[in-house]
Design a protein around this ligand. Structure first.
Ligand SMILES: Nc1ncnc2c1ncn2[C@@H]1O[C@H](COP(=O)(O)OP(=O)(O)O)[C@@H](O)[C@H]1O
Ligand SMILES: [Mg+2]
Length: 221
């Protein structure tokens, strides 16, 4: 379980979050909505340990993370987090396979053989097998998005963060992404998705809207 309490975050003098709270549970899909520029990506980045809160507490399974060092945070990220960033953050000159396996190379605790097996299975599922050894720069936006999705899950993360993961996807690939998010949920992962996409709303267990610098609980099924 992720528990964030009394979160305040500002950039210079612009306040993004003002003493607000957020929880996300294992085996649930939590959707974050709110207009563009409101703070969805910033919240995901703080959960991933890529950005720091100005004040407040952040607990994962009861362990306080807000006072960890950069090194400890980066170890937490490697061990627990799968992230599908809005801009994919792929390395354009590396191949599809290299991009997918890269986060696992840095994590010695992860089983490479299992990761490779899983990668091949998902490449097939997402119809990317023939592109496996192509450089990412030659791919379309939708193909890159699918590569970023596969990269995020092959290490079996406990927390999966997805930032508007359906923007470039057609109906067929949307259905695959929905299946994948539900599969992660069934495996007990904490799934948090920032999205305006009404097509994703039907799989949400909990929905928060960011508004007036607060995280407002809209719906809990
Ligand atoms: N590193 C940063 N430095 C300064 N301002 C930032 C930074 N990151 C985001 N912002 C600002 O914070 C606000 C929230 O951004 P963001 O979290 O990306 O919103 P969303 O994902 O909901 O569109 C925006 O006004 C954005 O310009
Ligand atoms: Mg964003």
């Amino acid at each position: 379980m992720i528990e964030i309490h009394n979160l305040t975050k500002r950039f210079k003098n612009k306040v993004i979050f003002q003493e607000t709270s957020f929880t996300a549970c294992s085996g649930k899909i939590t959707i974050l909505t709110g207009r563009s520029g409101i703070g969805k990506t910033t919240l995901l980045n703080m959960i991933a340990g890529l950005q720091r809160m100005d004040s407040g507490s952040y607990r994962y399974e009861g362990r306080e993370l807000s006072n960890l060092s950069d090194e400890e945070l980066s170890a937490f990220r490697g061990g627990y987090i799968g992230y599908i960033p809005q801009d994919f953050a792929l390395i354009e000159d590396y191949t599809v396979k290299e991009n997918i396996l890269l986060p696992n190379l840095y994590n010695k605790q992860k089983d490479m053989e299992q990761a490779e097996r899983k990668m091949l299975e998902y490449l097939r599922l997402f119809d990317l097998t023939s592109l496996s050894d192509k450089r990412v720069r030659t791919l379309s936006g939708g193909q890159k998005q699918r590569v970023a999705i596969i990269r995020s899950i092959i290490g079996s993360p406990k927390i999966l963060l997805a930032d508007e993961p359906t923007t470039n996807l057609d109906e067929e690939n949307l259905a695959l992404v929905i299946d994948l998010l539900q599969e992660q949920k069934a495996a007990g992962t904490i799934v948090i998705v920032a999205s305006h996409d009404s097509r994703l709303q039907k799989i949400a267990d909990t929905t928060y809207e960011i508004k007036d610098r607060k995280l407002q609980l809209v719906e809990e099924k």
